[in-house]
Design a protein around this ligand. Structure first.
Ligand code: ZN
Length: 320
């Protein structure tokens, strides 16, 4: 009898679910928009609906699932199996139960991990270069990392290790969504790039043809010839390189996989400059910097990989 596994990804915009086998091969996928409200239960219902749709598509009964991995935006409460109040979800959404609704559907053990940790678990499972010391960095709506050190994926007591997007890159700088000042994410994440552009326009007086009240991150990257957009991209390249250098000094990875929509959609403006600048900034070993091998599925495939590996030999890799 085939052993089936489920991976689920709760993102700020989308929920994804996949059904796969022990080899990691995926047999079906489903996707839902992340509901803006009215509450956390609505989000949990969408998680269950996406999972059920993926199972139906695969012709797999819920009770045939051995284990489920669910990867989520933060902040996680791993003990409760819940997502706490997130700045990236609707204002009415307080807590989102993750473990219980999926365990009820599947009658299986559910492993919860943060989305960036899922990224590194996924790369370790699927990529062709998987040294014991490696990292996955996501530059998306937010910025975060998952790291493996000495062959163990670091979790931290609350599951929030390596939240490098909240490293300070500018003392007293722009206020981050978390409330603190000068964080990397406040300048370079997809959600914050428009604010960064307005900040540079106001403080440096760089002219622009962009409608600053209406732009999104894509507009900035597409307008690279605009003086303001060009300046913002140049500043982001410096911050991204500094942020990755911090990651390297903290965790000593041999390879850093970079994913997330901002990086994947603009590799020449986001990933390549990090690769070029890193040797000047790093005093230890300079790692290889690669674009993720898993496209826009790094998180959900990582959740699947976590489900597959959680019960096996390596309990340390993904703590339930
Ligand atoms: Zn922050």
């Amino acid at each position: 009898m085939t052993a089936w596994y489920v991976g689920v990804d709760l993102g700020a915009s989308n929920i994804k679910a996949v059904v796969g086998q022990e080899s990691g091969s995926v047999v079906s996928r489903a996707r839902r928009r992340t509901p803006p409200g009215p509450d956390g239960d609505a989000v949990a219902e969408a998680l269950v609906a996406a999972t059920r749709a993926a199972l139906d598509d695969a012709g797999v009964a819920p009770e045939a699932v051995v284990r489920c991995g669910v990867a989520s935006i933060g902040p996680l409460d791993k003990a409760a199996g819940e997502l706490g109040r997130s700045a990236n979800l609707g204002p009415g959404i307080d807590r989102v139960p993750l473990t219980d609704p999926l365990a009820d559907l599947l009658g299986a053990e559910v492993t919860v991990l943060n989305d960036a940790n899922a990224g590194v678990v996924g790369e370790r499972f699927y990529a062709d270069r998987t040294p014991d010391d490696m990292a996955y960095l996501t530059i998306s709506s937010g910025i975060g990392a998952g790291v493996a050190v000495d062959g163990r994926v670091l979790s931290g007591w609350d599951g929030n290790a390596a939240e490098v997007g909240h490293n300070t890159v500018e003392i007293g700088g722009l206020t981050c969504g978390c409330g603190a000042d000068g964080h990397w994410e406040a300048y370079c994440s997809g959600a914050n790039i428009p604010r960064h552009a307005r900040h540079v326009h106001e403080t440096e007086g760089v002219p622009t043809d962009l409608s600053l009240d209406e732009i999104d991150a894509k507009d900035v990257f597409e307008a690279a010839d605009d003086p303001l957009a060009g300046r913002v991209i140049e500043r982001m390249q410096a911050y991204n390189a500094a942020g990755v250098a911090d990651l390297v000094h903290a965790y000593a990875p041999l390879v850093v996989y970079v994913g997330g929509a901002v990086a994947r959609n603009n590799p020449e403006q986001v990933v390549e400059p990090v690769r070029e600048r890193l040797p000047e900034l790093v005093m230890t070993n300079v790692p290889e910097v690669r674009l993720t091998s898993l496209g826009d599925e790094a998180t959900v495939r990582g959740a699947l990989a976590a489900a597959i590996t959680a019960g096996a030999n390596d309990r340390s890799q993904v703590r339930p």
